[in-house]
Write a protein that binds this ligand. Sequence first.
Ligand code: GDP
Length: 460
Amino acid sequence: MLGKLSGFDDTIVAVATAPGLGAIAVIRLSGSKAFDITNALFKGKNLLLQPSHTIHFGSIVSEGTVIDEVVVSLYKGPRSYTGEDVIEISCHGSPYIQQQIIDATTKAGARLAKPGEFTQRAFLNGKLDLTQAESVADLIASNSAASHQTAMQQMRGGFSKELHHLRDQLITFSALIELELDFSQEDVEFADRTRLYELISSSTTTIRHLIDSFRMGNVIKNGVNTAIVGKPNAGKSTLLNTLLNENRAIVSDIAGTTRDTIEEVLNIEGILFRLIDTAGIRESNDTIESIGVQKTLEKIKEAGVVVYLFDANEMTLEELRQQVASFEADNINFLLVGNKTDIAGEAAIRAKFSEIPGILFISAKNHDHVNDLKAALVEKVMSGDINTEDTIVTNARHHSALQEVLKSLFDVKGGMDNGLPGDLLALDIRRALHFLGEITGEVTNEDRLDYIFSKFCIGK
Ligand code: GDP
């Protein structure tokens, strides 16, 4: 188990609300002296005599000066966020008042909290496991409905539950194997090989599913880079503006005027699409244009999804076929969008391209079928058998540990196929358990914890 971390016995203090001016601010203290320190500064009731989970009005007085009228909430450990005695002082939101109260508490014996230290204490006191603690940071940073939902699901322990289940399975496995080792002289097999094999197979499937969910998790947490590409005058800028419903990119009749990449973000059904408007793809001798094209090609490779926009009146069937072949050769996740259906009419245009499946036809200028395009974008990135209600891995640290778990499980499976002795199988199982434990925090060390929590902001 974990040793106590340095400074763990201190009573810590920080502003828990956002920095700057607000109507009210909350200052939080946690630790064995939280009640004493606050009581020494509080004019009103004797806080030491009040029951836990109550709130009290009074003032904070430091060195004879009244700093502010406040409301103090009391949480006796272990029934608190950190598991320690916690006090929350709600004061008026001025940064000056906040600073004065913080100064008064530090003079009275509290220490300024390090980033994430409150949540770190909650973890160390067994209030949260590591994945839940990390999801607190994600929850605070969530900026779309989907990222909020996954962080919330993790904080409530969805992911940990799944991992604990796996861990239990593997522990059963290794217990059976190890029992066998104790009786190795007698040449008995307690561990039914077929059952062991099934256990490993089902664990492998679960892990693989979690690993696969990371792509989706990344989309949910960080958004997806979306490149809108096509020849000059296809209507890329117009589409971009239609999508964003504002006119930031330059729309012009002169071919090739959008030379730079512009990034805008679109929120569709809670998923963030980072739109990169690019110069057109075409062979070019013009140097400036070439730079634009070069950038486009780089951007396409980075993009999670590429919207290939073409003028459906100008584009020939053969040209489009070639374009599709080149996207497929480069393994690009693309969406074909034929624009300007208002010119020749949608029916005629559909007939022209009927041989190529999956094209969306729109008129960016008239906003025709732009909603279909948005729905198709969501569908593109949600592809696969993962939906937002599943447990989704959003954290790169978890992702890489899961890959190690999978590797170890493969070794076990391979070992069983090759009739490896039980003690060697047990070693690989223990390796898998080790990496699982790293995710939930059952196996960890002080440096790693400090690193994880240092990515939080102060006061969390
Ligand atoms: P870009 O070079 O690909 O960014 O193309 P633009 O967005 O600058 O559009 C080129 C020209 O096509 C402009 O004159 C637009 O007004 C026009 N355009 C864009 N979308 C449509 C459309 O759906 N219908 C019609 N008729 N014209 C369009």
